[in-house]
Design a protein around this ligand. Sequence first.
Ligand code: ADP
Ligand code: MG
Length: 641
Amino acid sequence: MSAGEDIIVGIDLGTTNSLVALCDERGPRVLSGDDGVSIVPSVVRYEHDDSAPGGVRTIVGDGAKDRAVEFPERTAASVKRLMGRSLADARDDLPYLSYRVIEDEHAQARVELRLDEQTTKIVSPQEVSAVILRELKARAQHALGHGVRRAVVTVPAYFDDAQRQATRDAGRLAGLEVVRIVNEPTAAALAYGLGLGERAQGETVVVYDLGGGTFDVSILRLTPGEGEGGTSFFQVLSTAGDTRLGGDDVDHMLVALFMREIRELLGAGGANDEGGLGAFPPATRRALKMFAESVKCRLSEAASASVAIAINDKQTYERTVTRDEFESMIAPWVERTIDACDRAVRDAGDKVGEGGIGAVIMVGGSTRIPLVRARVGERFGVEPYTALDPDRVVALGAAVQGSILAGTTKGQLLLDVIPLSLGIETVGGAMAKLIVRNSTAPARATEMFSTSVDGQVSIKLNVLQGEREMAADCRSLGEFELRGIPPMPAGVPQVEVEFLVDANGVLRVSARERRSGKRASLQVVPNHGLTRDEVERIEAESFLHAREDMDRHRVVDLVANSRLDIKWIGEKLERHGGELEPAYRDDLRARLEALRAMAELGAADWRSVDPGEFHRAKQALDEASVRLQEVAIAASLREQG
Ligand code: ADP
Ligand code: MG
């Protein structure tokens, strides 16, 4: 190993753009290649080349993005959307990809590229990502003048185990040791130096990340270290978002607008009339997308932007889009991100703390859109942080994390959130949660299970992820079997199941029968061998639904429990009201009525109440009713005596 090879670089492997950074004694900085360019579009083109190994060479980044219009069928873009997913998982994304996506024998999505009329090349999303990572590695080596072996790679907070694992695999294929997978929002907070040294300690921070393909909002809490130079850490209180929401959607809205108007210009029958994106050839679609993106980006600076597209020898489509028109077009899309912010705040609940939200960090290229900044600022009532380039924040933070792990930056401990609950299917088909959503990683949990049939010698364990109560409604991460249990009556064997989530969010499940000492464990391999029905259900139930489900459960529970309280307290008030101080009695009545109103509202429509507020109203009544309870007990003692 030559000098400097013990460093750990930070890599933001984005859906749209990727970059590599390093944090050393000079501080964090983005690294660029000999072309001086640091942002590498996450785009790879495959091409015949007899001199290359395997007869195929790859062109990465700008070179591939710029000529994607010419070679749509052999240009792989946005493969992050396919990482660790099945074809069915990715179905909604397919219309927006210029290449074919097929399924391998494990039902995993693969990219099918057409090199020419006769030749197709099939590659996994991991392989495409590896090409991008290898390019970043080469740039880092060029910038530093020595080898680079180790990296921290970031992923969206919503990535599940299969997607994180696929990212690690891509790193390995690129000849990189991925020392840690870090959530993008956590990296962003680090990039602003939050949690490091004297800045912004003890604050609650929102990270709003709107990129090209994914949207994430996370609420982090910074906890200062004890004493001088103590270790401070931050914790992710909650996350919300949508893995299919980003700047690409805005491009598609503009493309749809342009296509509609081009069709009108050509007149009926001039173009294929079917409508939809499929009606234009792939090259046209890609070209329109590039025009759309350019208009969008110009509108971030200017009050209007124009395009002129030659559609044939005689006709040119000319169009000016104003900021106002653009903003009314994208407003509903922006509001979807604001709704997710509301959910994240609600999930974080009381943990946000007295001081409220201290800072809002803007991440991702799409946060350059003025309407986005304005709405986020309004929502949180603070001016968002935009000092760092939103494209670079995540890579810089990953580099800071790399330097912490390499021992260059001291006094920092990171805790990340587990986005969905993890558990085991029970005999009745229910989901037994061992690790609940929003727990911090690393996390460990154990639970005892037993057999349900006399003489049963094996137990099948189905590992689940999700918020639903029934196993069938959750995602199965995999199944394994514990064999060789000595025959015993049902319920006697003691099977200890352990869940371990490491600092990277990767799950390991093991089971051990106590008497025989028999063990079995599962490496979490994504289970995509699903039936059609299962696939359709999982598709229908996005994370958003899982969250709604949770909220609904909370409200339903609160309604039931509140009704008991209201009845009980109402009766006691009726009976002992005369014995209470009038001010106290009035206060208690007011709280009772407040809770009653909320319970009625919640019973009519669970969506109409905020579960956090509801919970607090119930608690307020509970606390206030202590005095009444004392009076009632004293009265009943008197009656008995
Ligand atoms: P990802 O994390 O998905 O790789 P990025 O954070 O690199 O994405 O953001 C890419 C997105 O940001 C693209 O949709 C791009 O069009 C958009 N974007 C970049 N610059 C601007 C701008 N000036 N105005 C509006 N959108 C922009
Ligand atoms: Mg990003």
